[in-house]
Design a protein around this ligand. Structure first.
Ligand code: NAP
Length: 253
C-alpha cells in the first residue's frame, strides 16, 4: 500500500492502547471513520472494550479486540503479533494507556512511582519498539503519544505522573528524529482536564481550582483529543513530527 492509497479513512490499520474507555475509546472511534481497521487494546475491562468495538463498527470501521497488559513486554509482543497476523501491518500507533496514583512527594510509595512509570512510560517504549520494526520495513507510520499538560508545566501531588508524561515527551522527540528517515512521524498530544473516569475521582476542590486555570473555562471531552489524533494520523499532517500539541482550553500557553 502506498502512502497515497492510505489517504484518510479507508483501510488504515490503527492500534490504540487502553481504548476500552475514555480518551482511548474516542480515538478508536475517530480512527474507524471511513473504514479504518482499529485494534482495541485493554487491560481488564472486557465489557467496556466490547462497547468500544461496537462503536468502531457503528462508525464504519473494523475492530479487533486484544486484551494485553502493556506493562509486560511479553504481552506487548503478543499484542503486536496478533495485529500483524490479522492485518499484516500497522499504520498508526496511539500510545494512550495510562494510570494515576496521586500523592504528595514525601508520602509517595515506591509502588505508586513504579506502577505509573511502568504503565505510562515504559509501556510506551515497549509498544513503540515493537511497532517500529514493521513500520520501518513499510517506510510509513504515524505514532501519537498521549502525554499531558502537566508533563510540561508540573503539578503538585503528581510527581510520578508528571515525570512519566515529561518522559513520554522526550521519548516522542527522540523517536521522531530516529524514524524520520523512514517517513514515520512521531508526535505527542498534551491534553488538559478531559472528563473521563480518570478525572471523575478528583475532589470538588481540585476540580474547581483546575477549572479556574482554564482560559476557556470548562473541561474538554475525549472527542476533543480524538479530533487532534485524527488530524495527526491523516495525510494532512505529513510534514509534522516531534511536536507536542496542547488540547487544554489554553491552560498552558
Ligand atoms: P481512563 O478513562 O482511566 O482509561 C484508561 C485506559 O487505559 C483504559 O482503557 C484501561 O483499560 C487502559 N489501561 C490502563 N492500564 C493499562 C495496561 N497496563 N495495559 C493496557 N491498558 C491499560 O483514562 P483517560 O482519562 O481516558 O486517559 C487516557 C490517556 O490520556 C492516559 O494516558 C492519561 O494519562 C491521558 N490524559 C488524560 C487526561 C484527563 O484529564 N482525562 C489528561 C491528560 C492526559 P481497562 O479499561 O481495561 O482498565
Amino acid at each position: 500500500m502506498t502512502s497515497e492509497s492510505r489517504a484518510d479513512g479507508m483501510g488504515k490499520v490503527s492500534l490504540v492502547t487502553g481504548s476500552s474507555r475514555g480518551i482511548g475509546r474516542a480515538i478508536a472511534v475517530e480512527l474507524a471513520a471511513g473504514g479504518g481497521q482499529v485494534v482495541v487494546n485493554y487491560a481488564g475491562r472486557v465489557e467496556a472494550a466490547e462497547e468500544t468495538a461496537r462503536l468502531v463498527r457503528a462508525a464504519g470501521g473494523e475492530a479487533l479486540l486484544v486484551q494485553a497488559n502493556v506493562r509486560q513486554v511479553s504481552e506487548v509482543e503478543r499484542l503486536v503479533q496478533c495485529v500483524l497476523e490479522r492485518f499484516g501491518r500497522i499504520d498508526v500507533l496511539v500510545n494512550n494507556a495510562g494510570v494515576t496514583r496521586d500523592g504528595l512527594l514525601v508520602r509517595m510509595k515506591d509502588s505508586d512511582w513504579d506502577e505509573v512509570l511502568e504503565t505510562n512510560l515504559r509501556a510506551a517504549f515497549y509498544v513503540t519498539r515493537e511497532v517500529a520494526r514493521p513500520m520501518m520495513k513499510a517506510r510509513y507510520g504515524r505514532i501519537i503519544n498521549i502525554a499531558s499538560v502537566v508533563g510540561v508545566i508540573g503539578n503538585p501531588g503528581q510527581v510520578n505522573y508528571v515525570a512519566s508524561k515529561a518522559g513520554l515527551i522526550g521519548l516522542t522527540k527522540s523517536v521522531a528524529k530516529e524514524l524520520a528517515p523512514r517517513h514515520i512521524t512521531v508526535n505527542a498530544i498534551a491534553p488538559g482536564w478531559i472528563e473521563t473516569d480518570m478525572t471523575e475521582a478528583l475532589s470538588p476542590e481540585t476540580l474547581a481550582s483546575m477549572r479556574s486555570a482554564i482560559p476557556l473555562g470548562r473541561p474538554g471531552k475525549p472527542e476533543d483529543v480524538a479530533a487532534a489524533v485524527g488530524f495527526l494520523a491523516s495525510e494532512q499532517a505529513n510534514y509534522i513530527t516531534g511536536q507536542v500539541l496542547h488540547i487544554d482550553g489554553g491552560m498552558a500557553m
